[in-house]
Design a protein around this ligand. Sequence first.
Ligand SMILES: Cc1ncc(COP(=O)(O)O)c(C=O)c1O
Length: 456
Amino acid sequence: MTDEALHRAHELAAAWLEELRERPVRAAGDPAGLRGPLPERGEEPAAVLDALAAAAEPGLVASAGPRYFGFVTGGALPAALGADWLTSAWDQNAGLHAMSPAAATAESTVLAWCKELLGLPQTAGGGIVTGAQMANVTALAAARHAVLARAGWDVEARGLAGAPALRVIVSDESHATVFNALRLLGLGRDTPVRIPTDEQGRMRADALVAELAGATLPTIVCAQAGNVNTGAFDPLEQIVAACRAHGAWCHIDGAFGLWAAAAPTRAQLAAGASGADSWAVDAHKWLNVPYDSALAFVADRAPLNAAMALTAAYLTTAGERERNGADWSPEASRRARAFPLYAALRQLGRSGVAELVERTCTLAAHIADRLAAEPGVTVLNDVVLNQALVRFEDDDAATDAVIARVQEEGTCWLGGTRWHGVAAMRISVSGWQTTEADADRSADAIAAAWRAVATG
Ligand SMILES: Cc1ncc(COP(=O)(O)O)c(C=O)c1O
């Protein structure tokens, strides 16, 4: 029975991957077949898969394909996708070494490899989580532990009621998930001090220094490597130095941007990042590991372990060379996400990661240049990474209309945003399959949509 189901899954997956490149990128419609009552009787596994695939089909988006430029979205590298299947077949619980020495060892290995690629200290502790949202939670939990411990307070044991006040500093451009992380950690979504940013969305280091100068409270600073709109990096060298000088914890949200450190032509953008105290980075975005996959790193392993460690009489403790994943991330039982990560990193190698980052940055600039050559089109940002912001006729309605038209036409998909108060099209090139031909085809489709909107 299992064999038949897996063969059917393979056929269905192969058919999907076969047409991924050419099907309209947007969803075709409403996956109405997925609604319905709970069946009374069970069904044959292979028939269930057929029914699921048929019902899901209209609601599937070709977001793993080569011309999806929405949000910041990677595809699934073949080795990572295959390893993801094996992860389900093996069905390992990565929470404890005793439950899967293979998952635990793969975790240690991929954490070490990623630290090397990202230029982070090899001594840093790390955890594998679902996304940069949870990586921010994980790293900031370690930050919360450390700054309150320095103030003589054990936040894990005593909670926040009655704790010494602490101060969180973010920027006007910090990602929404940083605020969610602060909210989940009891630090408050609306309480952080917001440092103003420059025209590219970079935190102004001078304003941070001025803010820190008056600091007496335990302080956590949240910096960013890769603005979700412009791709710009906060001035990390200056921010890290300011944090050092004032005893503040420096966290870097590098959901996609931190991978720039792995690419020689872009690494300069991330200069200084290695001196921070903690980092959040996704693998399901630019590294093209299938959802879900991200990493949290903390330079000093102790606060991470203090914030996350899981203890109970029946649980086994890890030996000296062993790793209990549950001691380094918020979840206990969980999927062995290290296997697809391991496979992605082996498929690419160090040079492949660099090539992926460099190619996608080049293609983002290529699309931006092609569009900038069209009358009435303005590129709003310096395209330093894989993100471009485009505006049409300096008009919100025209820009929104072009975005809607491109989405409907289906050659490619990209979303909208607001940048400095005006509407903009957001182009993010993050997929491993995207070629120059895809970039040109997409630029043609966007230009055609623009001409159609302009001529009414
Ligand atoms: C800078 C930044 N931080 C955090 C996130 C959240 O990542 P995820 O959706 O993987 O949790 C994103 C997503 O785009 C991001 O760009």
